[in-house]
Design a protein around this ligand. Structure first.
Ligand SMILES: *[C@@H]1O[C@H](CO)[C@@H](O)[C@H](O)[C@H]1NC(C)=O
Ligand SMILES: *[C@@H]1O[C@H](CO)[C@@H](O)[C@H](O)[C@H]1NC(C)=O
Ligand SMILES: *[C@@H]1O[C@H](CO)[C@@H](O)[C@H](O)[C@H]1NC(C)=O
Ligand SMILES: *[C@@H]1O[C@H](CO)[C@@H](O)[C@H](O)[C@H]1NC(C)=O
Ligand SMILES: *[C@@H]1O[C@H](CO)[C@@H](O)[C@H](O)[C@H]1NC(C)=O
Ligand SMILES: *[C@@H]1O[C@H](CO)[C@@H](O)[C@H](O)[C@H]1NC(C)=O
Ligand SMILES: *[C@@H]1O[C@H](CO)[C@@H](O)[C@H](O)[C@H]1NC(C)=O
Ligand SMILES: [Cu+2]
Length: 613
């Protein structure tokens, strides 16, 4: 048969992408696994198919991933989020419970099935059910480039590395004490250790005179870390999956949720080994217990016949970090050269603060509202509301929902009116960071654009998906609403997420309906198992403007308790000692209800006293 070559070539190229794209199938049975991550305290961790640490998923651009997820935890709901993946046209695969799906109940199966799209780089997966990934349900997810694709830098070998902080108690136990009236300052749980590649005292065996691409993720719940290798430079080439112009640093500073890929060139000789330190950012901790090892030493081993140098002193945070030059991630330049986005079509401004509400517990608020999950996952409200989907009201008054119009440039301004550092993450997108306060003012400052217009912003701003806001400071982000879906935006300190530090973007809802159609059987079954409705507004009603019975945040503290500077003062001076003590002893003492009421009354009395002055 005669067949012109040109026709063959056309046919071949049309088939090439689907031919190369591979499907990766996983059967993942989630369950408790006995472990001893830090070598000093045996505890169970949440693993996959009877093992922990969890596997690194390695795929390529355009591949398809199918995960048959079985929740084998007898007593906990679960879910999976693929951090940094855009999930374009596949919003239902994103994972956060009550946002894009129902919690996956014990013994329930759920299938995640998605294609990667045109992304490459360093990502990770983790449970998006409360603070569950702190108990181990987390792992790295690496998207490699196509074989024939060239990259602007060369390396010999790729190596994955995760860091995290580590707790000896399980997160549900910790949560009970954290979100409690015994913790009126909202002090975050203090970790007992840090982990390096899910262990401690690790060794990384290297070959001299090689270039390694080291992919680093902070899979922790809370604490940022510094990372450095004695006498070796690190060259940053990728930030949160986005290739950047090579940038040489002596150390990384990585918040939870963030990723960096760095080139490490090993030395020509092989006569000694070097220390590889991971250091907890102690400025994020309300209290530093004496036995908490801030500076941990691991080893880059060239020669396992020679002794490793001694470890860095465990507690010399200031001294260790003080010697580092560090870097400012705001200065990283995307290799794509993507220019500053034009003036926004829509600006979302959120002021974030921490406040004690009526139950005596500290909550996180955006413009006075603490994110409270709706009765129906927000994606299902979109899918079941027809024309009304573009009406913000149906998503409830306590979910911090914003409806975005397709194709618009969105600007998100966040003013941090809290004196802590917070790494914020946006699902379904990365964003340009066009402004960020750098110093740490005593009092909160808010972002005010100046007369220079776009000249005040970088021409080619850094692009990433997780960004830290400085204490009392702000940041300004821009992105284009070109990925229809319901996307969570939240602090990746999961303690703060549990306090309600989140908002929800409902991006181009009518387009979501077109792309997604009706809720799939997979989703519907999972909801049925946990008795969560799959239709209706935030309150679960089919008359979409009727929000009676919706979930709401706690009422404010009674008059005289709120909005006064001395609330903080009274709490700090009088209760902090008790509060901190109870945090440090989390779960060890179980205070009875009577006692709890008494303590709360004491707090009220103290506050009233101050109020009278
Ligand atoms: C549930 O998922 C597990 C783990 O992936 C798998 O072995 C099992 O066959 C699944 N069960 C059903 C009913 O699909
Ligand atoms: C790391 O070293 C410390 C101190 O020697 C030891 O107590 C701990 O068990 C080690 N941890 C692991 C996981 O090897
Ligand atoms: C799982 O989620 C459902 C729906 O929110 C809830 O009713 C149930 O208590 C949760 N189960 C567990 C074990 O937490
Ligand atoms: C995919 O991304 C690469 C750069 O990472 C770019 O060169 C290419 O044009 C993109 N392809 C598509 C179809 O968007
Ligand atoms: C971290 O662990 C992974 C496998 O779990 C391993 O492939 C990698 O080499 C380790 N990284 C380092 C720096 O040792
Ligand atoms: C945020 O706070 C600033 C300063 O107090 C105020 O001007 C602005 O209106 C607030 N924004 C919102 C959305 O409440
Ligand atoms: C969508 O799902 C709901 C609930 O399962 C069902 O009542 C409805 O008929 C479905 N609509 C279509 C168009 O399939
Ligand atoms: Cu936070």
């Amino acid at each position: 048969m005669y067949c012109p070559t040109s026709v063959l070539l056309v046919l071949l190229s049309a088939c090439l992408t689907p031919l190369l794209a591979k499907t990766h199938r996983f059967n993942w049975n989630i369950g408790y696994v006995d472990a001893n991550p830090d070598g000093v305290f045996p505890r169970r961790m949440i693993g996959i198919n009877g093992e922990w640490p969890n596997p690194i998923v390695r795929v390529k651009r355009n591949d398809r991933v199918v995960i048959n997820f079985h929740n084998g935890l007898p007593d906990r709901n679960s879910s999976l989020h693929f951090h940094g993946l855009f999930m374009k046209g596949q919003n239902g695969q994103d994972g956060p419970e009550m946002v894009t799906q129902c919690p996956i109940g014990p013994s329930v199966n759920f299938t995640y099935d998605f294609t990667i799209g045109n992304q490459t780089g360093t990502y990770w997966y983790h449970s998006h059910s409360g603070s569950q990934y702190g108990d181990g349900l987390r792992g790295m997810f690496v998207i490699e480039k196509d074989d024939e694709e060239s990259v602007p830098y060369v390396y010999d070998e790729e190596v994955a590395l995760s860091v995290s902080e580590h707790y000896h108690l399980e997160t549900p136990v910790i949560m009970k004490s954290f979100m409690s009236r015994f913790n009126p300052t909202g002090a975050e749980p203090i970790p007992q250790n840090s982990l390096f590649n899910e262990t401690k005292n690790a060794t990384w065996n290297v070959v001299p005179d090689r270039t390694y691409l080291l992919r680093v993720v902070n899979m922790g719940l809370f604490v940022s870390q510094y990372l450095f290798i004695e006498d070796h430079d690190l060259v940053i080439v990728e930030v949160d999956g986005v290739p950047v112009q090579p940038y040489t640093v002596d150390s990384l500073y990585i918040t939870v949720g963030q990723r960096y890929a760095v080139l490490v060139k090993t030395k020509p000789g092989a006569n000694r080994n070097y220390r590889f330190a991971n250091v907890l950012d102690m400025t994020m901790l309300d209290e530093v217990p004496e036995d908490l090892q801030l500076v941990s030493t691991n080893y880059v081993v060239y020669n396992d016949k020679v002794d490793n140098p001694g470890h860095y002193p465990y507690h010399d945070f200031e001294e260790t970090v003080g010697q580092l030059k560090g870097f400012n991630d705001f200065e990283l330049v995307p290799l794509s050269g993507e220019r500053l986005l034009p003036e926004p079509d829509m600006t979302i401004q959120v002021n974030f603060s921490m406040e004690v509400l009526g139950d005596g517990v500290t909550y996180a608020l955006f413009n006075g509202k603490s994110y409270t999950p709706p009765k129906v996952p927000t994606l299902y409200t979109v899918l079941s509301s027809g024309e009304l989907a573009a009406n913000q009201e149906i998503y409830g008054t306590n979910t911090n929902a914003y409806v975005l119009h397709g194709g618009e440039v969105i600007e998100l301004v966040l003013n941090n009116q809290d004196d802590g550092k917070h790494p914020f993450h946006l699902h379904g997108h990365n964003f340009q960071v066009i402004a960020r306060s750098e110093n740490d003012p005593e009092e909160p400052v808010v972002y005010v654009p100046d007369h220079r217009g776009s000249l005040q912003f970088p021409k080619v701003p850094v692009i990433r998906d997780t960004i830290e806001v400085r204490p009392n400071g702000y940041f300004v982000l821009r992105f284009v609403a070109e990925n229809p879906g319901v996307w969570f935006f939240h602090c990746h300190v999961d303690w703060h997420l549990e306090q309600g530090l989140a908002l929800v973007l409902v991006e181009d809802p009518h387009e979501i309906q077109k792309l997604q159609g009706n809720i799939s059987d997979n989703h519907a079954k999972a909801c049925k198992e946990v008795q969560v409705p799959t239709q209706g507004n935030a309150a679960g009603h089919m008359s979409f403007l009727d929000l009676r019975g919706q979930n709401l945040q706690q009422p404010p503290l009674p008059n005289g308790f709120t909005g006064k500077g001395y609330l903080a003062m009274a709490v700090c001076t009088s209760i902090a000692l008790y509060g901190l003590g109870s945090i440090y002893n989390y779960g060890i003492e179980d205070v009875s209800q009577d006692n709890s009421a008494a303590v709360f009354e004491t707090l009220r009395a103290i506050l009233n006293e101050h109020d009278g002055e």
